[in-house]
Design a protein around this ligand. Sequence first.
Ligand code: RUB
Length: 319
Amino acid sequence: TDTEPAAPVRETAESIATMEIRGAATIASAAAEALAEQAEAAAEEAESDPAAFRASMRGAGRTLRETRPTAVSLPNALRYVLQRMEGDTVDELRRSVVGAADAFVRQLDRAQDDLGQVGANRLADGDTVMTHCHSTDALACIEAAVDQGKSISAVVKETRPRQQGHITAEQLRDAGVPVTLIVDSAARRYLDEVDHVLVGADSIAADGGVINKIGTSGLAVNARERGVPIMTAAQTIKLHPETLTGHTVEIEMRDEEEVIGSEAREEIGEIEVENPAFDVTPPRYMDAIVTEQGQFPPESIVTLMRELFGEGAAEPWAE
Ligand code: RUB
């Protein structure tokens, strides 16, 4: 049986669950780094027992996997690192894990830079972009456009209930992008004033459906109705391999506390409160998926998915 993971893994898992660490790409790199730290701790503990080392890494993988269900970049990160765990001795195993985690994080950073260039090419000098939630992949596109010398402004949706729009607003302000913050329900009114809608993704399904922060699908439908193009910025680590075999993506349901505090709850009394964190935008409402490998119409993303994840969705963390 596996022992409890080392402190860095437990702390990272806790931070992901409480959303101190959040956003699909950030979660993925934190998980990879936690596995590297687990490898160091496990190498000391397992001493010369490779089987104990492997069991300890699988346990860490499970702890990280169980934090949040929707962003596939998390299991994809665990798969990347744990499938590269190899060697006959504990030291070889340790080095393979640390090396794979390093390589993963570097690839993630490079993919985001490359994707930013692709997304930036869709933006023209003087454009205004509407954002939803906080996506580092989406921000990379705007920042690359600014680096290209384009002047871009932004209309930023606050994104209830957790207001990740505030993080987006701060980062855009720091990048020198003029920001107008609006409440979510004002989005359709402001669509007439923007040239693009730009969002990120937690997962992309084989049919091109985009799973992202709750409210994305309504925004996409409104954007289509107003004739505003909408794109998703998503590195290929967001492609969900299990959807190739018909599985659906689990939508995280979060605590009602995020929607009504205890005081409001007491006043309102016995009513149902639901708090889904994500929704699915059907491919027909999305104009383009921008990845580090170029931009794709959502309907053709399945080809890329087969190429990159065709071997299926192994679970190297399973007992
Ligand atoms: C974050 C969210 C982001 C995607 C993409 O949701 O929906 O749009 O994760 O982010 P939460 P990135 O705040 O609930 O984690 O481009 O940084 O991977």
